[in-house]
Design a protein around this ligand. Sequence first.
Ligand SMILES: C[S@@+](CC[C@H](N)C(=O)[O-])C[C@H]1O[C@@H](n2cnc3c(N)ncnc32)[C@H](O)[C@@H]1O
Length: 194
Amino acid sequence: MINFKAKALEMAMQTAPIQDSTTIFVEIGCIREDHEVPSDGYSTVHMARYCIEHDLQFVSVDANEENVAIARTALRKELGGSASPLPGAPVVIHLDGEKYLKACNPISFLYLDSHRDPEYSLNQFLVANLVPGAVVAIDDAHPYDGWEYGKATDLIKLFDAEEIKWKIVPTHPQFKMVIARIVDGWPKSTESHA
Ligand SMILES: C[S@@+](CC[C@H](N)C(=O)[O-])C[C@H]1O[C@@H](n2cnc3c(N)ncnc32)[C@H](O)[C@@H]1O
């Protein structure tokens, strides 16, 4: 079956700004299966491959130790030497997503795919350091458990309040992803442009 989530991610990554060698592509919520499951996405492998091909730094972060081990093994299996611990090679970090985002380098592309409660995606975004024009993708943005936009429900309210443009992209049957461009970066610059 075609992995539409991976295709949507790749198209979104292609639009992310590349500023310098310190900007990174980040995923919060790594794979939890050791093989391709299109309804999940197998995102860690697809993002890592894209970043290797485009000479970009990639970091995936997950709060679950077992899933971190699965992701590290999958990267070694799928990407071989490129996933070895060389400078610039893809990294999977065992940490809470919000904690990581509070402290990391400026991000050019941020993929939020962790806890099903939309509050997590919102809180992760709020502490992130995003370069101007950064692209943010939020997976599982289809309705469930009374949340109109799934994991993106709370963030969309913030995007609307901040006049940040977003769109919905259908992925796997019944699944959706939200993609937003953060034109002014985040946190928003307080400099006056007068
Ligand atoms: C839906 S899975 C991610 C699927 C993956 N992106 C893929 O495409 O196959 C959600 C992941 O988020 C992780 N997670 C849940 N809460 C988290 C948090 N607060 N910080 C980081 N990871 C978290 C879970 O351990 C799980 O591995």
